[in-house]
Design a protein around this ligand. Structure first.
Ligand SMILES: Nc1ncnc2c1ncn2[C@@H]1O[C@H](COP(=O)(O)OP(=O)(O)OP(=O)(O)O)[C@@H](O)[C@H]1O
Ligand SMILES: [Mg+2]
Length: 234
């Protein structure tokens, strides 16, 4: 991997009360790469993203973003530096329409809607529909589009496919492909097959630590790791 990482986590330790959840997470996300973070339920994937975004305050370690340490900084400052989070629960504004959700995220920038439709053309049919009348897949596409129109330098996406139809996985893959090399993405997902085609590089997490990492060819060549750490047959 290239040395010029946009994001580098260096020995992150985090707790929920007494519960020791991140036990020294170290990883790098190079400029323009799509990097996957995978692992079984409860190993600390979401907590890692929350630590980058300032929702969880790491007790030890560094969150280096473009060379400066953001560990412990407030979320609004982290967002201002150019990091966006698409959380598992999506947080769509339910009384606002799709178009309004997009414009709000883009600070009223007029071409934001056109831009969002380039990534997710199927949203065009729902522009006027309120957020609470969207399907899960439509909500997920909107949640990602909304993060992207804010023009962040790094997007953190937590389990975008969870519970959604294969066609949504395809739409999200197309959007990420269109962004490849232009935006940097750290992606948590459990759908291994999808990650193998979408992500450039993979980190495997277990019990609050990174236990393995490598590119898609490396991961395909290690079915035993996939079974051990992801609990699925390769
Ligand atoms: N707010 C919280 N308070 C206390 N414990 C928490 C909290 N959030 C998560 N945990 C615990 O921390 C551990 C790591 O949780 P985390 O959500 O990071 O896992 P994950 O890898 O994202 O799992 P999943 O695949 O189920 O989303 C789990 O044991 C979880 O129960
Ligand atoms: Mg999670």
């Amino acid at each position: 991997m290239s040395d010029s990482a946009l994001l580098e986590l260096d020995g992150l330790h985090a707790y929920y009360g007494q519960s020791y959840v991140l036990q020294g997470v170290t990883l790098k996300v190079p400029h323009g790469a799509i990097v996957a973070l995978m692992g079984r339920n409860g190993v600390g994937k979401s907590t890692t993203l929350k630590s980058v975004f300032g929702i969880v305050k790491p007790r030890r370690g560094r969150v280096l973003f473009d060379g400066s340490d953001l560990a412990g900084a407030p979320t609004h400052m982290i967002a201002r530096r150019g990091i966006a989070l698409v959380p598992e629960d999506r947080r769509i504004f339910s009384s606002l329409s799709v178009a309004e959700n997009i414009l709000l995220a883009a600070g009223g920038r007029r071409d934001a809607i056109e831009e969002a439709l380039q990534w997710f053309p199927s949203l065009k049919a729902y522009l006027a529909r309120p957020g609470d009348r969207l399907s899960g897949g439509e909500q997920q596409m909107l949640a990602i589009a909304r993060a992207l129109v804010a023009q962040p330098r790094l997007v953190l996406i937590d389990e975008p496919l969870e519970g959604l139809a294969p066609i949504i996985a395809e739409h999200i893959e197309q959007a990420l492909d269109a962004l490849r090399g232009r935006m940097t993405v750290l992606l948590v997902e459990q759908n291994l097959k999808w990650l193998l085609s979408v992500a450039d590089y993979h980190y495997v997490m277990d019990h609050g630590r990174i236990v393995h990492h490598g590119d898609s060819d490396w991961l395909r060549a290690h079915p035993e790791l996939i079974e051990q750490y992801l609990g699925v047959a390769a």
